[in-house]
Design a protein around this ligand. Structure first.
Ligand SMILES: [Zn+2]
Length: 282
């Protein structure tokens, strides 16, 4: 693996059964209104609430789930009413801004929380017979009591690939991107194909190119709403850029100094582009 990622230990341990003693000051609550997370704001700092904060501020939790332990602190996810308003003590923040506020490791737990809350909310009823589902106690799953159908959290794998040609990489823009924004080729894996086949197909569909030397780079949970982004590097083999499926309106080869937009460094897209740039400078 190219990306530097040595996982000697995990910050977060997923668990199903909550501790007997809840409501400790060290507990963390990941409470969402739609896709924005509730944070406590005081004069000095902004932080995640504990159970005490929430009860003293009169926050009424819905669809609460126990997530597991983050560095020995119990973590819970819950939703609140859509009309709950900010006040002097409570603010709501975009999930993407969280790493800069509570740190990357804790923000990753927030991503896990919103992913599981949406799964729970989207599987209230059985899709086969419409009966209300229940949460299983022995695994992270829900089940229909009538027909027995199981509902596991949905994870949608998607690929993203940095394609190199000589000392340039391919960047492309979709019609819905903000003005001037370019990115790497990305797309969802289709049923029945391998991840590597998805890389080859997406590149052919979006820009009409053949690639070779496909190598795994790294992966990243992407809870917008339920993806796992799997990053690759590849080399151009042959073909001319052409837009086959209409998802791309412009694309080109960019050297390190010409890259029109460097994605955020807390995304695998940003890591891939920075990896290319760091090698170009050496
Ligand atoms: Zn059913």
């Amino acid at each position: 693996m190219i990306r530097e990622c040595i996982l000697s230990e995990l910050d977060f341990l997923p668990l199903l059964t909550p501790p007997e003693k809840q409501g400790k000051d060290s507990d963390h609550y990941f409470v969402f209104k739609d896709r924005e997370i509730l944070l406590i704001s005081d004069e000095d700092s902004i932080f995640l609430p504990s159970a005490d904060h929430l009860s003293s501020l009169g926050v009424d939790l819905q669809r609460e789930q126990y997530l597991g332990e983050f560095r020995n602190s119990s973590c819970f996810a819950a939703k609140i009413a859509d009309d709950f308003a900010e006040n002097d003590s409570i603010i709501f923040e975009d999930l993407r801004k969280l790493p800069g506020i509570i740190g990357e490791s804790m923000a990753a737990v927030a991503g896990r929380a919103v992913h599981l809350l949406e799964w729970d909310f989207n599987t209230l009823y059985c899709g086969r017979c419409s009966t209300a589902t229940f949460r299983k106690e022995d695994e992270r799953a829900k089940q229909c009591p009538d027909c027995g159908l199981l509902f596991f959290p949905k994870i949608s794998p998607a690929i993203i690939v940095m394609i190199e040609k000589d000392d340039r990489i391919l960047m492309a823009r979709s019609p819905h991107f903000p003005s001037g924004r370019y990115g790497l080729i990305a797309g969802f894996v289709e049923p029945g194909e391998s991840i590597e086949e998805a890389v080859v197909r997406e590149v052919m569909e979006e820009v009409g190119l053949c690639i070779t030397d496909i190598s795994y780079f790294g992966s990243q949970p992407w809870p917008y709403p339920d993806s796992l982004m799997i990053g690759f590097t590849a080399k151009y083999r042959d073909g001319e850029i052409r837009f086959i499926d209409g998802e791309i309106e412009d694309a080109g080869w960019f050297s390190c100094d010409e890259i029109p937009h460097v994605p955020g460094s807390n995304s695998i897209s940003g890591e891939l582009v920075e990896y290319f740039m760091s090698r170009s400078r050496t």
